[in-house]
Design a protein around this ligand. Structure first.
Ligand code: SF4
Length: 63
């Protein structure tokens, strides 16, 4: 099984960077916070970029 994307919504400040970088995996919802819409099988390089860009480091990518 591949890696899975996790996101701590308590920490998310809704900046939208993750969605801008990788809309296939991340989406801002009606609460203005990001959620993971594709936890597995998305483009790993873009998930890594989103992790690096997140200002509160609330995204993780684990086996
Ligand atoms: S980059 Fe981080 S803080 Fe910004 S919307 Fe995505 S998860 Fe939330």
């Amino acid at each position: 099984m591949g890696k899975t994307v996790f996101l701590d919504r308590e920490e998310c400040i809704g900046c939208g960077m993750c969605q801008d970088i990788c809309p296939e995996v991340f989406e801002l919802d009606e609460e203005g916070k990001a959620r993971v819409i594709k936890p597995q099988g998305g483009p790993e390089d873009l998930v890594e970029q989103a992790i690096d860009a997140c200002p509160v480091s609330c995204i993780a990518f684990k086996e």
